[in-house]
Write a protein that binds this ligand. Structure first.
Ligand code: UDP
Ligand code: MG
Length: 307
C-alpha cells in the first residue's frame, strides 16, 4: 500500500459523497495503490449508510464505525492504527482541507521529509473562533516544552515510521498535532488556503474545543504547575517585605500603624504563600507522575553508526 488517507466523520452526510469523488479524482491521477479510511465517530445521521455504500462500490474505501462519539482526536488515532500506507494523510471531512493539494504534499514528503504539515494561510471561520485559535496557538507556543508549529492543525502527510511511532505512544489524552511534533525527524510546513466548510455545521462544540486546547497545554507543558510555585514565592516574599517594612516604620519613623494590622496582613500573606508553595511542590510530583504515566519513549533514535 502506498497511500492511506484518514478521514474522521461525525455527522457529515452532506459532505461524504463530494469528498469521496474529489479524493478519488486526485488519487486516480497519482496512480498508486491507496486506501481511504473513514472513521465514523458515532454519527447519528446517514453517514454510516453512505459510507457502507461507498465501501461496497470501492474496495479501497475502508470504514471503521465507532459505537458512539469518541471525539475527533480518537477517531484520527483509530485511523492511524488501521492504516498501512507508506505515506499517511490526515484530512478533515468537511472539505476545509482540499484533497487537491495532496499531490504537492506528497511531493514535498518525497524530498526527504517525514512530516509535511499544513499551515493555514487564512481561516474562513467566525471571528470569535479565529481569535480563540489565534490566541491558543500563541499561548501553546509560549508554554509548551517542545516546539509546535503555529496555525497548523491535524492536516498533514506523514511517513510510515512517524505513524508507527504515534501508534506506539500509549497516552490517552491525545493532542495529535503536538505528538506529531514531539516525534521529531525532518518536518516542514506547506501553506494552503483553508476553505470554508462545504456543508453542515462545525462538529467542534465549545466544550470539545476547550478539551482540545487543554490537552494541548497540559500534555506539553508544566508551566501551569510551576506557576503555583512561583506564585507561592511571590506571596512569601511579600510577607517578608511586610515584616521589614513594619519594623522599619516602627523603629525609624513615627508613622501611625494600627496595632495588629501589619501582623494580620503578614500572616495572611505568609500562610497564603506557604499554601501555594506547597501545592507547587505537590504539583511537581504530580507532573512527574503524569510523565511516567504517559509512557512516552525517552528518545527516538534516527540512525546509528558502527553498532
Ligand atoms: N469530528 C469527529 N468527531 C467529533 C468532532 C468532529 O470525527 O467529535 C470530525 C468532523 O467530522 C470533521 C473533523 O473532525 O471531519 C473536523 O471537525 P469540524 O470540521 O467540525 O471542526 P472545525 O473545522 O470546525 O474546527
Ligand atoms: Mg471543519
Amino acid at each position: 500500500m502506498q497511500y492511506s488517507l484518514i478521514l474522521p466523520i461525525f455527522n457529515e452526510q452532506e459532505n461524504i459523497e463530494t469528498l469521496y469523488s474529489r479524493i478519488d479524482k486526485v488519487m486516480k491521477q497519482i496512480d498508486r495503490s491507496y486506501e481511504i479510511i473513514f472513521i465514523n465517530d458515532g454519527s447519528t445521521d446517514k453517514s454510516q449508510v453512505i459510507l457502507t455504500a461507498l465501501a461496497k462500490k470501492n474496495k479501497a474505501v475502508k470504514v471503521i464505525n465507532f459505537s458512539r462519539n469518541f471525539g475527533h482526536q480518537i477517531a484520527v488515532t483509530a485511523g492511524l492504527n488501521h492504516s498501512s500506507g507508506e505515506v499517511v494523510a490526515i484530512l478533515d471531512a468537511d472539505l476545509q482541507d482540499p484533497p487537491e493539494v495532496l499531490p504537492s504534499f506528497f511531493k514535498k514528503l518525497s524530498e526527504g521529509y517525514d512530516v509535511v504539515y499544513a499551515i493555514r494561510r487564512h481561516r474562513k471561520e467566525s471571528i470569535p473562533k479565529r481569535i480563540m485559535y489565534y490566541l491558543f496557538y500563541r499561548l501553546l507556543r509560549l508554554v509548551a516544552n517542545i516546539s509546535i508549529p503555529l496555525d497548523s492543525g491535524d492536516f498533514c502527510v506523514m511517513s510510515r515510521r512517524v505513524v508507527l511511532l504515534l501508534k506506539n505512544l500509549p497516552e490517552r489524552n491525545r493532542f495529535i498535532r503536538g505528538l506529531r511534533s514531539w516525534v521529531g525527524f525532518r518536518q516542514t510546513g506547506l501553506t494552503y488556503e483553508r476553505q470554508s466548510r462545504m456543508a453542515g455545521k462545525s462538529k467542534y462544540t465549545l466544550a470539545k474545543m476547550f478539551k482540545l486546547a487543554f490537552d494541548g497545554i497540559f500534555s506539553f507543558s508544566y508551566i501551569p504547575l510551576q506557576l503555583l510555585t512561583w506564585g507561592g514565592f511571590i506571596f512569601l516574599a511579600l510577607a517578608f517585605f511586610g515584616i521589614i517594612l513594619t519594623l522599619y516604620a516602627k523603629l525609624f519613623t513615627d508613622i501611625f500603624i494600627p496595632r495588629g494590622f501589619p501582623t494580620t496582613i503578614i500572616v495572611i500573606l505568609f500562610i497564603g504563600g506557604m499554601n501555594m508553595f506547597s501545592l507547587g511542590i505537590i504539583g511537581e510530583y504530580i507532573g512527574r507522575i503524569y510523565d511516567e504515566i504517559k509512557q512516552r519513549q525517552l528518545y527516538i533514535v534516527e540512525s546509528k553508526l558502527n553498532f
